[in-house]
Ligand binder design. Structure first.
Ligand code: CTP
Ligand code: MG
Length: 182
């Protein structure tokens, strides 16, 4: 069974640093003067990665992931795990795992942009599923180098992430923060 509360707790516990990295990286875009990872280079007709991928965003995302992992690690002894009626399978959170999750998320995101540019989609244009799942795949791959990762956690997050993304954007649209509901 993939959709159990036990798998959900384990999956969210593991992926939280990667979610934070991916969600907060746009904050660096608020100020100008960013150093683009591709240095403005093109491959064929399109940019290698585009103006949406900066070194500042990459480093900031990784730092955010390490910080969230540290918070999770320190909070671990105080959380009510005993409420679960079966022993929970929880990844041992550590700054190293945070680093892997952050690095994986940000490299997955860069890979997503690389693919988008090869498909001639301009920076910021929506490519459903690729936009939501690139960072997730990278984060899970890198995390698996540090701790045992359950396939159920990955499958659960692959289904939940686009749903959460769409819901958040719909709320943003209704509130007038976003121009489109997707
Ligand atoms: N960002 C950044 N550096 C990164 C990742 C993200 O500076 N490595 C910032 C950019 O300001 C970017 C924003 O976060 O515009 C949102 O990220 P994302 O949605 O991944 O980029 P897009 O602008 O949509 O570009 P793309 O089409 O390449 O996904
Ligand atoms: Mg985008």
């Amino acid at each position: 069974m993939v959709f159990t509360i036990y798998n959900l707790v384990g999956a969210v516990w593991l992926i939280l640093p990667a979610y934070a990295a991916n969600g907060l990286a746009p904050l660096v875009g608020l100020r100008g003067g960013l150093h683009h990872i591709d240095g403005g280079r093109t491959l064929g007709r399109s940019r290698l990665l585009g103006d949406g991928k900066s070194w500042e965003g990459l480093v900031f995302g990784i730092l955010v992931a390490v910080c969230i992992a540290l918070v999770e690690m320190m909070a671990f002894p105080y959380l009510p795990w005993e409420l679960s009626d079966i022993p929970l399978n929880i990844a041992a959170m550590s700054p190293l795992l945070g680093l892997a999750l952050g690095l994986g998320a940000m490299l997955g995101d860069v890979t997503g942009s690389f693919i988008k540019r090869r498909l001639d989609r301009p920076r910021g244009s929506p490519v459903p599923l690729l936009d939501q799942l690139d960072f997730l795949l990278g984060a899970f791959l890198f995390a698996a180098l540090v701790v045992p990762v359950r396939l159920e956690w990955f499958l659960l997050m692959v289904v939940l992430t686009p749903v959460l993304h769409l819901t958040a954007n719909l709320i943003g649209f209704r509130l007038g923060i976003k121009k489109t509901p997707w």
